[in-house]
Design a protein around this ligand. Structure first.
Ligand SMILES: [Zn+2]
Length: 56
């Protein structure tokens, strides 16, 4: 009888690389923390694009 004890390890499976936080909402972005300048999450990035698109 195989006694398989699967302990639920709460390790970060989403990569160990630190991600920069969104400057607007604080959500983790797709960009590494080493990136320079303001970083936006996909949502805020899209909203910023919409703003710039309707300038005028
Ligand atoms: Zn955001």
């Amino acid at each position: 009888m195989t006694d398989s004890t699967h302990a639920s390890d709460s390790t970060d499976a989403t990569g160990s690389e630190a991600r920069a936080d969104c400057v607007l909402c604080g959500e983790p972005t797709e960009y590494p923390e080493s990136i320079r300048g303001a970083t936006y999450c996909p949502v805020c990035e899209w909203q910023e694009a919409q703003r710039q698109a309707c300038s005028g």
